[in-house]
Design a protein around this ligand. Structure first.
Ligand SMILES: C[S@@+](CC[C@H](N)C(=O)[O-])C[C@H]1O[C@@H](n2cnc3c(N)ncnc32)[C@H](O)[C@@H]1O
Length: 283
């Protein structure tokens, strides 16, 4: 097995990560852990396992994200199931969860909506942090919702209400929220990153908003006021370079206390605004 792992590593992108990654792929092929692979280097490989390992190495060498090969990705220290229907949850989206937690005191019992929930990462993480909230989550894609529901059942601290449909259309008009959060698609259709490793395997609908990349962000900013309760807020992930355009859209809509939030390294990862008509408490 050790020699197969060595050979596998030579087919992966060169660097210090190649060998551990090859061992991890071997662990996937054998449905065991990398630690077991390291502990039993002389274990013989069956032809079936060897074939599975070879297929995994080939896909990884072709640029498939590890998360799609393993079907798992950790987010907010929770183990999410992912498939090619769902975006792979990103570490930068943890900054959105953290920003929302600073705005909602522990023990709060309001109603929160996660738009475009994907694997359910944001909604489930917030259900863990703020279990007294009534959490709703929507997505356009039924297969995505099936996975989100299963993640919520397996990982959930409290029930999450999932609905299918385009942004707010998935929900009854009469329902209002104290907080709306979203990591919508925000790449432009011509963004060169779409052709790169990783992204080209992810669902386009999760990544691309339209010609400029701002379309979904603007749609949500426009629609949200009628769905927020007084003093409710909207928190949106976006690219750092979209900050000015997003803030301008918030300001044009009369939103108050508009500000960006950052990750732990100080990089802008999104913005928050309070519903138009909310009494301003300074910026
Ligand atoms: C960037 S992914 C975010 C997934 C997840 N929230 C996360 O952070 O990992 C955007 C999600 O929005 C969904 N989506 C795209 N357009 C939508 C629309 N018009 N209405 C509702 N959901 C939409 C996609 O199916 C995808 O799951």
């Amino acid at each position: 097995m050790a020699s197969a792992c060595r050979d596998g590593a030579t087919r992966l992108p060169p660097g210090p990560g190649a060998r551990p990654e090859s061992e991890y792929l071997m662990a996937l092929a054998l449905k065991t852990t990398r630690e077991r692979i390291l502990a039993e280097p002389d274990r013989p490989l069956t032809p079936d396992a060897s074939q599975r390992f070879d297929a995994l190495v080939s896909r990884r060498a072709a640029g498939w994200p590890l998360a799609y090969l393993s079907g798992r990705r950790e987010f907010w220290s929770l183990d999410f199931h992912v498939t090619r229907a769902t975006l792979v949850p990103r570490p930068e989206t943890e900054a959105l969860v953290a920003a929302v937690c600073t705005l909602i005191p522990a023990g709060s019992s309001g109603r929160l909506l996660d738009l475009g929930t994907g694997s359910g990462a944001i909604a489930v993480a917030l259900a863990h942090e703020r279990p007294c909230l009534e959490i709703w989550a929507t997505d356009l894609d039924l297969e995505v919702l099936r996975i989100a529901r299963a993640n919520a059942r397996r990982l959930g601290r409290c029930p999450i209400r999932f609905r299918a449909g385009a942004w707010f259309e998935a929900l009854p008009r009469s329902l209002t929220f104290d907080a709306v959060v979203s990591n919508p698609p925000y790449l432009a259709a011509t963004d060169p990153h779409l052709a790169g490793d990783g992204l080209r395997f992810e669902p386009r609908r999760s990544l691309v908003a339209g010609p400029t990349g701002l379309e979904a962000l603007f749609d949500i900013i426009r629609e949200a006021p009628s769905r927020l309760s007084a003093d409710g807020f909207l928190a949106l992930e976006h690219a750092p370079a979209q900050r000015a355009a997003v803030h301008a859209a918030f300001q044009a809509g009369g939103w108050v206390r508009v500000r960006s939030y950052t990750d732990i390294g100080g990089q802008i990862q999104g913005s928050v605004g309070f519903r138009p008509g909310t009494v301003s408490r300074g910026s």
